[in-house]
Design a protein around this ligand. Structure first.
Ligand SMILES: [Zn+2]
Ligand SMILES: [Zn+2]
Length: 339
């Protein structure tokens, strides 16, 4: 039996182990992908630490996967060996529950599957994914460039394009990390008057390089006041994981403004008076389905948006993961298989 390498977690809170496994065969409606690159996402902690309900171990994480179709199972009509594809967070859904019938696949109540959670993900030489989970990858993007766009990219891009903001509205991005450095680029390229909010004056030059028209240092300035000077933000895309930072921006929202939360902070304080007086709202956003990922990749090619990445070989998955967890990575960590 031909084998492959995989970086698996054998039990909740266990370390990453590089193991040799049989190369999996794709079942019906599934596709085997020869993995080239896989991003390391903060959500992988949910697998590593056993914080997601119903996880089965051992499990191979990884939901920012780029590779080449290697084999297709019975009933797969749309994919052929040799095609470049990506696999993101949304793995599968039932297709027949009320949510699915409304097109709200992310809310599937019967068979919602998350890549690298419900089935093994991309920290491996090969993976098998439902055909529905695949996005086509344009040739202009390398595997390393495309990988982080499958979660960090689609999350920020899809949140912004569905936010209700219209160019040239003021859109602020809170936090310039893995998600935020992409969010600033997308907001600017979409034609929004883009405001970057981060801690410290030292990040201003970089934020402007990403496309921000304004920069607010949250350590030395009152963020809400600064946003009001700009007319108020139609949307604040909150990518930071600090609930305190999120809470501090709500006074800077314009009428009908939305605090759009994509960073998993533990809690968040909202003033009912702020919501009521400006008809403002707080809203969360999930990432997107495979076609949303495909749109993200296409828009990134069109507009020149790129993720900045630190690259580790697959066998150093543990090191790459630690680097991501340290919060010091500039800005996403990507594992490569050398294939
Ligand atoms: Zn992710
Ligand atoms: Zn469903």
């Amino acid at each position: 039996m031909p084998t492959m390498r995989a970086a698996q977690v054998a039990s909740p809170k266990g370390p990453f182990e590089i193991v040799e496994r049989e190369i999996p065969e794709p079942g019906p409606e599934s596709v085997r992908v020869r993995v080239q690159a896989c991003g390391v996402c903060h959500s992988d902690t949910l697998v590593k630490e056993g914080l997601w309900p119903g996880l089965k171990y051992p499990r191979v994480p990884g939901h920012e996967v780029i590779g080449v179709v290697d084999a297709v199972g019975a009933g797969v009509l749309q994919w052929k060996p040799g095609q470049r594809v990506g696999v993101g967070w949304h793995g599968n859904n039932c297709g027949y529950c009320d949510s699915c019938r409304r097109g709200e696949f992310f809310a599937c109540q019967v068979a919602l599957q998350v890549t690298g959670f419900s089935f093994d993900g991309g920290y491996a030489d090969f993976m098998v994914a439902p055909a529905i989970a695949l996005a086509s990858v344009p040739e202009e993007l390398s595997a390393v460039e495309a990988a982080p766009l499958m979660c960090a990219g689609v999350t920020t891009f899809n949140a912004l394009r569905n936010s209700g903001a219209r160019p040239p509205d003021v859109v602020a991005v809170l936090g310039i990390g893995g998600l935020g450095h992409l969010g600033v680029q997308y907001a600017a390229r979409m034609g929004f008057k883009t405001v970057a909010i981060a801690r410290g004056q030292d990040k201003e030059a970089f934020a402007r390089k990403l496309g921000a028209a304004h920069y607010i240092d949250s350590q030395s300035k009152n963020v809400s006041e600064e946003l009001r000077k700009l007319g108020g933000a139609r949307v604040v895309l909150a990518t930071a994981t600090s609930g305190e930072a999120m809470s501090s921006v709500q006074g800077g929202l314009s009428a009908n403004g939305v605090l759009l939360v994509v960073g998993a902070a533990e809690s968040l304080q909202v003033s009912p008076l702020v919501l009521i007086t400006g008809s403002r709202s707080v809203k969360g956003w999930y990432s997107g389905t495979s076609i949303d990922s495909q749109d993200t990749l296409a828009f990134s090619v069109l507009s020149g948006v790129r993720s900045m990445n630190e690259v580790f070989p697959l066998e150093k998955a543990a090191e790459g993961y630690e680097r991501m967890m340290s919060g010091k990575a500039r800005f996403r960590v990507v594992l490569t298989t050398g294939q």
